[in-house]
Structure formats: structure tokens, C-alpha cells
Design a protein around this ligand. Structure first.
Ligand code: NCD
Length: 309
């Protein structure tokens, strides 16, 4: 087990299976003893530096810190900070690490969290780095699967949509590489999972991978249907986006082909990938998933700050 205390969280690749089980256990333990942990971050300040839009990630990190008794500072848009005047990420990080005990960073560049960590005196948590990774989203996704399906090993898990630019599916694939799962990667050809992610999973050797473009044929096999948004803002060519923007949509007519206990997940925000008509069916768990985000981020913050022993 690698202790998380004082460490940066940059990539989902940094976690072993043992680490993941430890994180999941803590997320559940804190939830079961909310009162006991409600003051454990007293006197500590978390900085949230968000250079890209966010609703769930920033607010669940901030809510987690506040519910653990800590305080929060930061910005939710680069346009209101000195970034607008041309300040580099390195200088911003050097400064904010003098004011805070922990930095949560979202940035449009792949590799930004690694770069930031080099200049920070306090731990840096990657809350989304370009089209690279989003490790804490994948931790909450794993918690969701564990709690809603009762296990992770043995499941048929489908990642659907933009597997090229989607950072959540990169990190989730890295985490799932620690489990014996059947992974179905469903995307149009131009949005296939990146080679660097495929190579990592293949090297780990636990996962059985199936790549396909066939949504309808694959859905009936799946225990977990993980829908994703086509990442419009990452496309170099807007015409290419137009070609694939509505490629896979989960609609009412698909309910009949689901396995009875299948769970439909989405990191959100959704655009057209999931029809609101299915929001109230028991299989649709994407709003519950947002609550699991709060649970997991409490565990992440506390373990990085070394307050849970
Ligand atoms: C995702 C992100 O920012 O990568 N959202 C999130 O953090 N829940 C997914 C997306 O933007 O499509």
C-alpha cells in the first residue's frame, strides 16, 4: 500500500488494487460516521484552481472540504485571476501553495497537473487535465460500481462515446486494469480509445477488451453502461464534431434490451447522449453517482492530508 499522505494525485495509474480498496473503504466509513469526521480538516485550507468549466467536480470537492470542517478558496474561471494578465501556471501554483494546504487543479492542458506539482509545496490533486486524465472522477465511478453492483470483478462494463478525448474514460480504464472485468469500448472509429491507454491495460493483463462500433448489439451484454459526452471543445476540426455529435443516444426504446440489473452511468454533463425520459428508471444512476463523488472526495482529501489513520 502506498500511503496517500502528502502525495499528489495526478493519474489513475498511480493506484494499486490495494490502494483502491483502501480508498473505497474510507469513503464508506466516513459516510457511516459523518459526525465523527465533521471537524477533521479544521484549520486547513483547500485551493480550487479551475481554468476550465465545472459544476460537479469543483462543488463536490468544496462541499467535501467544508463538510470535513475545512475552508476553501480559489477561482472558478481563469478570466478572474492573474492568468488573464499572462501569469504562468507555475507562478500561480507557487503563490497559491503559500496560502493553502492542498491544491485542486483543473486545466485545459494534458500534463498540467504534473507540471503544477513540480512547483507546489502542498499536494496537488488533478481535477481534470485536458483530454488526458481525471483520476478522482474514476475513483467515484469505481465507488459507484462497487456500491450499485455489489462488486467490480466479473462485470461486463461498456464505455461509450468519446473515448479519444474523454479524460474520464482514460482514468476509469486505468483503474479497471486492476480488476478482472470484460471491458467493451464502444465508439466511432475516429473516437477510439487512445493507444497509450490500450497499451497500459494490455500490459496489466487482467482485463478482457472488446472494441466495437456497435452500440445496439453490445448494450444487452452489459452490467454497466457508461455513457460519455462527445468532447466538442477538444476537436481540432468542427466538421468532424458534426459527424459524430449524436452518434450514440440512450433512449426509451433501449430500455427493453437492457439486462434487468444493468446500471446506466454518466460523469455528466450530458448533452444528447441520454434521453431525460429514462432518468427515473431504476437502472439510471447518474445522479446518485454525483453523490458518490462527494463521498469519494472526502476520502481523497482526508487521506492526502493524513487525517484518517
Ligand atoms: C467530465 C470532465 O470534466 O471531464 N465532467 C466531470 O468532471 N464530471 C466530463 C465531461 O466534461 O464530459
Amino acid at each position: 500500500m502506498t500511503s496517500l499522505e502528502g502525495n499528489d494525485i495526478i493519474s489513475a495509474k498511480q493506484f494499486s488494487r490495494e490502494d483502491l480498496e483502501y480508498l473505497l473503504d474510507w469513503a464508506i466509513k466516513i459516510e457511516q460516521n459523518k459526525k465523527k469526521y465533521s471537524e477533521c480538516m479544521k484549520g486547513k485550507i483547500m485551493g480550487t484552481l479551475f481554468y476550465e468549466p465545472s459544476t460537479r467536480t469543483r462543488l463536490s470537492f468544496e462541499s467535501a472540504m467544508l463538510r470535513l470542517g475545512g475552508s476553501v478558496t480559489g477561482f472558478s474561471s481563469a478570466t478572474v485571476s492573474s492568468v488573464k494578465k499572462g501569469e504562468t501556471l507555475a507562478d500561480t501554483i507557487r503563490t497559491v501553495s503559500n496560502y493553502t494546504d492542498l491544491i485542486v487543479l483543473r486545466h485545459n492542458k494534458d500534463g498540467s497537473a504534473t507540471h503544477a506539482a513540480r512547483f507546489s509545496d502542498v499536494p496537488v490533486i488533478n481535477a481534470g487535465s485536458g483530454s488526458g486524465e481525471h483520476p478522482t472522477q474514476s475513483l467515484l465511478d469505481l465507488l459507484t460500481i462497487q456500491l450499485e453492483c455489489g462488486k467490480v470483478d466479473g462485470l461486463n462494463i461498456g464505455l461509450i462515446g468519446d473515448l479519444k478525448f474523454g479524460r474520464t474514460v482514460h482514468s476509469l480504464t486505468y483503474l479497471l486494469a486492476n480488476y478482472d472485468v470484460n471491458l467493451y469500448l464502444i465508439s466511432p472509429h475516429i473516437l477510439k480509445m487512445q493507444n497509450r491507454v490500450m497499451d497500459y491495460v494490455q500490459r496489466k493483463g487482467n482485463v478482457n477488451i472488446n472494441e466495437t462500433t456497435d452500440f445496439l448489439e453490445t448494450i444487452p451484454k452489459l452490467d454497466v453502461i457508461y455513457m460519455t459526452r462527445i468532447q466538442k471543445e477538444r476537436f481540432p476540426d468542427p466538421e468532424e464534431y458534426e459527424q459524430v455529435k449524436d452518434v450514440f443516444k440512450f433512449e426509451k426504446k433501449h430500455i427493453s434490451i437492457l439486462k434487468p440489473n444493468a446500471k446506466i452511468m454518466h460523469p455528466l454533463p450530458r448533452v444528447n447522449e441520454i434521453s431525460p425520459e429514462i432518468d427515473n428508471i431504476p437502472n439510471a444512476i447518474y445522479f446518485k453517482q454525483t453523490y458518490y463523488g462527494l463521498m469519494m472526495r472526502k476520502a481523497v482529501i482526508g487521506l492526502v492530508m493524513g487525517v484518517f489513520k
